[in-house]
Design a protein around this ligand. Structure first.
Ligand code: NAD
Ligand code: DAU
Length: 348
C-alpha cells in the first residue's frame, strides 16, 4: 500500500507517520508537508531514514503539485491532516484557513477523484477533522456523529467546510471516504501556541499564564497517541461514508487543568508548591469562544473496539517530562516567528 499522509510534520501528523512507518513495514508512507511555522522535521528525526518513508515538501494549495505527486506515486490511500489549526490565528487571518483547509482539501479530493476514477477498490480518502465543527455545548450533553454543524470560529468554519466537501465528493463522485472528528489532543511535539504546551513553556520561563475570560471554558482532552491509534483503526477498519467521533471522556475546565499543570510543574521543577499558580493572569477573552466541547465516542468503541488507553494524569505527567527533556526542541521553536506571534497575541 502506498499511503499519502498530509501534515505529517505537524503535531498529530508526526505521531501518525511514526506509527504507520513503524507498524507497517510493507507500506510506503509519503509525508506531504509545506513546513509552515507548525511543521517541523525534527518531530520525525527517529524515523527519517526508514526505507518505507519518504518526505515530500509541498503545498496542498498548489493544484499542479498535488496532481503531479498523485501521478508519480499512485497512492492507494490518503490520510489528510494538513491544516492551519490554531483558532487564535484564524481570528487574525481567516483567509489563510480558507486557502489551506478548504482549497487545499478540495485539491486533494480532485486528485483522488481523477486518479482513482477507474479503480476505486481498496482506495480510501481519510479526512481528519475536529469536534469544533459542531459548535459549542452548554453545560450538559455530548457531541454525537449526528449533531448538526454549527461552527463559530473561522478555523472551525473552514474545517466544517472541508468536511462538507469530502462528503459531497462521496455523494457526487462516489469517492470512498471516511471522516473522524476528534477532541483536544495533547502530548509530545505539541506546538507551544496551544494551551498546554504554551503554559508549560511559560512556567519554565516564569512568564504569565494568560487564561482567557473566566477560565471556565471546558475541553475534552485526549493523549495524542490514542488519537493516532484511533486513526490507524479507522483507516483500516472504519466503514466508507461514515463519521467517527473520537474523544477522551476527559472534560476539564481550563482553570482546573491549569492548576493541575501548575502543581505538577512545581513538583517536577522542584519549586515551592504554589509558585506556578502565582503566574496565572486572567486576560481578555477569545472572541466567539466556545464554552464547552465533549465527545460521545460510543460508536468507535462499539464498532472498532477503541478506547483511550492513557489517563489524563499519566498523559500530562509524560507530556511535561517530554518537554523538560526536550528543551532544545522547545527553544528552537520559541524564537523568531513564534516570538512575533506571541507578542502580537498577548500584546507584550
Ligand atoms: P499542526 O498545526 O500541528 O500541524 C499542521 C501541519 O500541516 C504542519 O506540519 C504544517 O506544516 C502542515 N501544513 C499546513 N498548511 C499546509 C499546506 N498548505 N500544505 C501542506 N502542509 C501544510 O496541526 P495538528 O494540531 O497536528 O492538527 C492536525 C489535524 O488534526 C488538523 O487537520 C486539525 O484540524 C486536526 N485536529 C487537531 C486537533 C488538536 O487538538 N490539535 C484535534 C482534532 C483535530
Ligand atoms: O477541539 C479540537 C481542537 O482543539 C482542534 O481542532 C484545534 O486544532 C486545537 O487547536 C484545539 O482548539 P482549542 O481552541 O480548544 O485549543 P487551545 O489550546 O487554543 O485552547 C484550549 C482552551 O484554552 C480554550 O478554551 C482557549 C483557552 N486558552 C488558550 C490559549 C492559547 C487560554 O485560556 N489561554 C491561551 O493562551
Amino acid at each position: 500500500m502506498k499511503i499519502l499522509i498530509t501534515g505529517g510534520a505537524g503535531f498529530i501528523g508526526s505521531h501518525v507517520v511514526r506509527r504507520f512507518v513503524k507498524n507497517y513495514p510493507n507500506y510506503s508512507i509519503f509525508n506531504l508537508d509545506k513546513l509552515t511555522y507548525a511543521g517541523n522535521l525534527e518531530n520525525l528525526k527517529d524515523i527519517e531514514h526508514s526505507s518505507n518513508y519518504k518526505f515530500l515538501k509541498g503545498d496542498i494549495v498548489d493544484e499542479a503539485f498535488v496532481f503531479e505527486i498523485f501521478k508519480d506515486f499512485s497512492f492507494d490511500g490518503v490520510i489528510h491532516l494538513a491544516a492551519e489549526s490554531h483558532v487564535d490565528r484564524s481570528i487574525k487571518d481567516p483567509l489563510a484557513f480558507v486557502r489551506t483547509n478548504v482549497i487545499g482539501t478540495v485539491n486533494l479530493l480532485n486528485a483522488a477523484r481523477e486518479f482513482w476514477e477507474k479503480d476505486k477498490v481498496d482506495k480510501r480518502f481519510y479526512h481528519v477533522s475536529t469536534d469544533e465543527v459542531y459548535g459549542s455545548l452548554g453545560i450538559e450533553g455530548l457531541f454525537t456523529e449526528t449533531t448538526s454543524y454549527n461552527p463559530n470560529s473561522p478555523y472551525s468554519a473552514s474545517k466544517a467546510s472541508s468536511d462538507h466537501f469530502v462528503r459531497a465528493y462521496g455523494e457526487t463522485y462516489d469517492l470512498p471516504y471516511v471522516i473522524s472528528n476528534c477532541s483536544n489532543n495533547y502530548g509530545p511535539y505539541h506546538f507551544p501556541e496551544k494551551l498546554i504546551p504554551l503554559f508549560i513553556n511559560n512556567i519554565i520561563h516564569n512568564k504569565p499564564l494568560p487564561v482567557y475570560g473566566d477560565g471556565k471554558y471546558t475541553r475534552d482532552w485526549l493523549f495524542v497517541e490514542d488519537h493516532a491509534r484511533a486513526i490507524d483503526l479507522i483507516f483500516h477498519k472504519g466503514k466508507n461514508t461514515e463519521t467517527y467521533n473520537i474523544g477522551g471522556y476527559n472534560e476539564w475546565q481550563n482553570i482546573d487543568l491549569v492548576r493541575l499543570l501548575c502543581n505538577l510543574m512545581d513538583s517536577k521543577l522542584k519549586r515551592p508548591t504554589g509558585s506556578s499558580e502565582k503566574l496565572i493572569t486572567y486576560v481578555t477573552d477569545r472572541p466567539g469562544h466556545d464554552l464547552r466541547y465533549a465527545i460521545d465516542a460510543n460508536k468507535i468503541t462499539e464498532e472498532l473496539g477503541w478506547t483511550p488507553s492513557v489517563t489524563f494524569e499519566e498523559g500530562l505527567s509524560q507530556t511535561i517530562d517530554w518537554f523538560l527533556k526536550n528543551k532544545p526542541w522547545l527553544d528552537n521553536i520559541t524564537s523568531g516567528e513564534y516570538m512575533d506571534y506571541y507578542n502580537r497575541q498577548y500584546q507584550q
